[in-house]
Structures are given as C-alpha cells and as structure tokens.
Design a protein around this ligand. Structure first.
Ligand SMILES: Cc1cc2nc3c(=O)[nH]c(=O)nc-3n(C[C@H](O)[C@H](O)[C@H](O)COP(=O)(O)O)c2cc1C
Length: 199
C-alpha cells in the first residue's frame, strides 16, 4: 500500500484545562517530531455531549470537523489524563462521536499512539489501558510500544508548561519515531476530506 513520505499526525488531549499537563505534553510532542512528521492539534472543547438523536447525516459542525480532521490525518496521537482510574469524559465523548457511521468511520485502520501525564505516581497507566480497550471496537491500530507514562508531572514541566525533563522528552521523541514507522507499515492512504482545525 503506498504511504506518504511525510506523515501528518493529529494530536488530541483529553483535558480542557488551560494549564493541563497533557496539553503541554502534546505541545512538547510538536517540538519533538522526527523529520518528515508534523503534528496538528485539535481542540475537543467544542464537541457537544454525544446524543444519538444528533448523530444524523447532518452531524453537529464540531463533530464533522473532528471526523474530517481524522480522515485527513495519517495517524492520531492522544495525550490522556487519568480520571477515576479511567479515560476522562471529554476524551471518551470524542471517541464515541468519531467512529460513526460504523460502516465507514475514520478510526478504522488509523494508526494511534497514546501517552499521558499525571501529577501522581502511576502516570496514567490505568487510563491508558482503558483507552486501548476503547479503541478496539472502532478498529484503530494502536501502537503497543513504547509506553509514555509521565508520572509526577509537576516536576517535569516549568511554570510556562514547557516540558523540561530530558528523559521524558526522549521518550516522547521515541514514541513519535515509532508511530511514524508504524504508520508507514500499516497506515491507510490519506484521504483529503476536510481542513485540519488547529487548537
Ligand atoms: C475527577 C478527577 C479524577 C481524577 N482521578 C485521577 C486518577 O484516577 N489517577 C490520577 O493519577 N490522577 C487523577 N486525577 C488527578 C489528575 O491526574 C490531575 O488533575 C491532572 O492534572 C489532570 O490532567 P491535566 O493536567 O492534563 O488536566 C483526577 C482528577 C480529577 C479532576
């Protein structure tokens, strides 16, 4: 299957918080992309709560924009917080909207990498396991390794939200390199179906 030389990754964070560690981690990923790889961020804030009555051919504009951005991407990078040992509602809501209609939906065959940051010691391990489970049914192709679990996040970012921890920067770069290899190996042809929305 022909694959693009350049790889466009769509990045989403499962936190709407302005000073979010996970948004900051995603911003750091944008700085750490290997050659030929770019990262565009998509803000999940405008997505309404999932309502199957609204899930018609005329989906809400924010939902259509998210689906279009997924179709236009070669891969997806998700940075998730952990809420109550699981995926935050903001992210789960987006992942409920995305793979519709089920017969022809943008997560199917899409290479995905996950990472996450928490101020505590487990570094989102349980949320990432939950996220991987959620991505099975839509047939996303989730990269298994490396795992990027950013524990004790408060000590790894400066006051401006810049990722300062060198080891974590290396882990994020290695994840992006692995996602690029994975995308070139298993990804689908890119479909230009809509403009990317930048956060
Ligand atoms: C409702 C709620 C539940 C949380 N549950 C967990 C948890 O299970 N594990 C964890 O490590 N942190 C938990 N936290 C703390 C979050 O990791 C912390 O708020 C983190 O900063 C959220 O990510 P963000 O910085 O990207 O917004 C929880 C926070 C909230 C608000």
């Amino acid at each position: 299957m022909p694959q693009p030389d350049s790889i466009r990754i769509l990045g989403v964070a499962g936190s709407l918080r302005r000073a979010s560690f996970n948004r900051a981690l995603l911003a750091a990923a944008g700085e750490l992309c290997p050659d030929g790889v770019t990262l565009d961020l998509f803000d999940l804030a405008p997505l309404p709560l999932y309502d199957q009555d609204l899930d018609t051919e005329d989906a809400p504009p924010a939902v259509q924009a998210f689906r279009d951005a997924l179709w236009a991407a070669d891969a997806l990078l998700i940075s998730t917080p952990e809420y109550n040992h699981g995926v935050p509602g903001v992210l789960k809501n987006a992942l409920d909207w995305a793979p519709r209609p089920p017969q022809h939906q943008p997560l199917s065959g899409l290479p995905v990498a996950v990472m996450g940051a928490s101020p505590y010691t487990w570094g989102t391990a349980r949320a990432q396991a939950h996220l991987r489970q959620t991505l099975v049914f839509p047939s996303a192709l989730v990269l298994s390794q490396p795992e990027v679990l950013v524990a004790n996040a408060a000590g790894k970012f400066d006051a401006g939200g810049h990722l300062t921890d060198d080891a974590t920067r290396t882990f994020v770069h290695e994840l992006l390199v692995a996602l690029a290899v994975w995308t070139r190996r298993v990804g689908r042809p890119r479909r230009e179906s809509g403009p990317l929305t930048h956060a």
